[in-house]
Design a protein around this ligand. Structure first.
Ligand SMILES: [Fe+2]
Length: 203
């Protein structure tokens, strides 16, 4: 009996956004000149325009997963020389994305993704660096650890990142997002992700 199998797979998608030059100038015109606005907004002013620019990619990734995706929070990072974002992940936020808004492959490093398990022979961490160019966007599980290497050039590197479908936020905003259908939609999603509700304790 054959019994060889892979027991885990990592969903991952990489797109090149069409009409990029036009979209780039619209997006850049809405970003401030600081490292990041992470945590500044519940919903930043550029979220709508970014969502419209990547509508096709979002829909395609959603159909690949066969799962509804809702953007829950968005931020940007503008890395000047030596700026970096050390290894981290976005927790149980569903799926995440990095859009390369200002990126020169000649001088900038793409995001480094870290395999959740080590090399079977050496135990060393295995990494994946997508071959990205400006106007590309990658989607990955929010719990997938990744790193933005130090920018070694004096050219600014700008990314927009966002999380889709944070369970806690989704449940907190269910009426706003799904109106009268909220309870049905949330139940369907909870069943699908094997969500375990917080236990209720008697006082
Ligand atoms: Fe990140």
């Amino acid at each position: 009996m054959l019994n060889n199998r892979e027991i885990f797979k990592i969903p991952y998608s990489h797109y090149s956004i069409d009409n990029w030059e036009e979209k780039k100038s619209i997006i850049l015109s809405q970003l401030e000149d600081k490292f990041t606005d992470y945590g500044d907004y519940e919903s930043p002013p550029y979220e709508r325009v970014v969502s419209e620019c990547i509508r096709n990619e979002l829909m395609d990734f959603s159909s690949y997963l066969d799962f509804p995706l809702v953007i829950m929070n968005m931020w940007y990072e503008r890395s000047k020389q030596s700026y970096r974002h050390p290894v981290h992940n976005h927790g149980g936020a569903g799926f995440s994305a990095v859009m390369y808004v200002e990126f020169n492959p000649e001088v900038h490093q793409p995001t480094v993704f870290y395999c959740p398990y080590g090399n079977p022979f050496t135990g060393s961490l295995m990494t994946y660096q997508p071959d990205v160019k400006e106007g590309d966007i990658v989607f990955f599980p929010s719990s997938f650890s990744h790193e933005a290497c130090p920018n070694e050039s004096d050219e600014v590197r700008t990314i927009v990142s966002f999380n889709m479908f944070d369970t806690q936020l989704l449940f907190a905003k269910k009426r706003e997002l799904f109106g009268d259908q909220a309870d049905q939609v949330v139940k369907k999603i909870a069943d699908r992700v094997n969500f375990i509700p917080t236990p209720k304790y008697d006082k």
